[in-house]
Design a protein around this ligand. Structure first.
Ligand code: DX5
Ligand code: ZN
Length: 216
């Protein structure tokens, strides 16, 4: 059990289609697509055309993580490109409830991502709108960063809060996930695990994903 979502941020972009086929064959469940705008985070990555290309290259569930300001302007394009799940950052949305409604209006699953410093209380009144919550266990912007330990307590607290609110929202965790940290966050209640460098920087994706699963 558990959803393994490799982040293509650490894939070899000269061979994107092959990389997707390899992780799909290796047993990945979702593919995590990190969209960065150079404003909300210092880095810049890719837009809807890459989601559309990934969709054509594999049958994995498309999980689009928007690390961008004013996401409402482009959510429709990501939905049309084939996103199955879209998360927006709480810190980037002036009208979070409206952004979630917009995602859902396309039949796409809606999630909120929280930076390490952002409290859970900031999403309390939209929990009924959420299909998933993304707990950032690094500061967003780059792959290969060190896992922030306090994320474990945050996931535990979120798990409790979701139970209290009778929510079935999935808890996703993103940043610094490896064989050690996946154990900690799954014990805390996370069920969807994003991993970039821990998967794409290894030689055998099948073995790596199997190892990650064994630690859940
Ligand atoms: C960071 C991104 C992550 C990143 C994770 O801003 O949201 O999805 O790819 O990379 P690793 O697994 O290497 O920490
Ligand atoms: Zn991400």
């Amino acid at each position: 059990m558990g959803i393994i979502a490799p982040s293509i941020l650490s894939a070899d972009f000269t061979r994107l289609s092959d990389e997707l086929t390899l992780v799909e064959k290796a047993g990945a469940d979702w593919i995590h697509i990190d969209v960065m705008d150079g404003q909300f985070v210092p880095n810049i990555t890719y837009g809807p055309i890459i989601v559309e290309a990934c969709k054509r290259a594999c049958n994995l569930v498309m999980d689009v993580h928007l690390m961008i300001e004013t996401p409402d302007l482009i959510i429709p394009e990501f939905a049309r490109a084939g996103a199955d799940y879209i998360s927006v950052h709480q810190e980037a949305c002036s009208h979070l409830h409206r952004s979630l409604q917009l995602i859902k209006s396309f039949g796409v699953k809606a999630g909120v991502a929280l930076n390490p410093a952002t409290p859970l209380s900031s999403i309390e009144w939209v929990i009924d709108q959420l299909d998933f919550v993304l707990i950032m266990s690094v500061n967003p912007g780059f792959g290969g960063q060190k896992f922030i330990e306090s994320s474990v307590h945050k996931i535990k607290a979120l798990s409790k809060l979701l139970k209290e609110k009778n929510s079935n929202a999935i808890i996703q965790v993103d940043g610094g996930i490896n064989n050690t940290t996946i154990k900690q966050v799954s014990n805390a209640g996370a069920t969807s695990f994003v991993a970039g460098s821990a998967i794409f920087n290894t030689a055998n994706y099948k073995e790596t994903i199997l190892d990650l699963r064994q630690n859940i």
